[in-house]
Design a protein around this ligand. Structure first.
Ligand SMILES: [Zn+2]
Length: 224
């Protein structure tokens, strides 16, 4: 860290896993979706450290309203997500707020890996490797709501470190997370969460070793 870098502000949660109403371990390389009701709290735990968790959120009643990276960055005046960040929708409304974070920084610029990006960035024969875009599409197909490619805007990469240089450059850097670190979000409206637990093996976003994450949800009354 350079002398001018802002230190991460970490915030722990008081919620205990035993009181969660939902508790699921998602293996590396798998997709997942689940409704989160307004007031519920959603935690993603990086079980083994340095795992990228590609994530999107939609209005639970109208998927045409969805996470907007541009509106989120503009609203908070900062490129990184952490405690206090409000995830804004394409309609300019709050979807969820980050209420605890023991990692300190999450990316929303790097996008999701895809067959095309694997081929262009790494090698022709990487095209057929597992990738987040395909995991998103498989999960959307499983949901059966008629959602597809047009429903995949720029996403969030929880726990992924994509520092922006003073010149405005982007790079996929070694992770800043560690085993057991988590991020926790409170839903500000009923939302649908969509996750691809990134299978990428060709850059350091997963420390070249994709690993599982734990997903927990608490009811609003457990929080208050
Ligand atoms: Zn990925």
């Amino acid at each position: 860290m350079t002398a001018t870098a802002t230190p991460f502000v970490l915030k722990e949660s008081v919620l205990q896993p035993e009181t969660a109403v939902y508790d699921h371990v998602l293996p590396a390389g798998r997709g997942w979706s689940h409704p989160i009701r307004r007031g519920q709290v959603f935690r993603i735990v990086d079980l083994e450290g340095n795992q990228a968790v590609d994530t999107l959120f939609f209005n639970g009643h109208d998927a045409d309203e969805r996470y907007s990276a541009a509106d989120t960055i503009r609203a908070q005046g900062n490129l990184y997500l952490t405690t206090g960040s409000c995830l804004m929708s394409s309609e300019g409304r709050p979807l969820l707020s980050i209420v605890a974070d023991t990692c300190g920084r999450h990316d929303t610029l790097g996008g999701a890996c895809s067959a095309e990006s694997n081929q262009v960035r790494y090698a022709l024969d990487k095209k057929y490797m597992h990738n987040c875009r395909d995991s998103f599409l498989l999960e959307l197909a499983r949901l059966g709501k008629g959602m597809g490619k047009r429903d995949l805007p720029s996403n969030i990469n929880f726990f992924m470190n994509v520092p922006v240089t003073p010149e405005g450059g982007l790079s996929f850097a070694d992770g800043v997370s560690a085993p057991g670190r988590y991020v926790e979000l409170r839903a500000e409206m009923d939302v649908l969460a969509l996750i691809s637990n990134c299978p990428q093996l060709n850059n350091p976003c997963n420390a070249y070793n994709p690993t599982p994450v734990r997903l927990l949800i608490w009811d609003a009354r457990a929080v208050s």
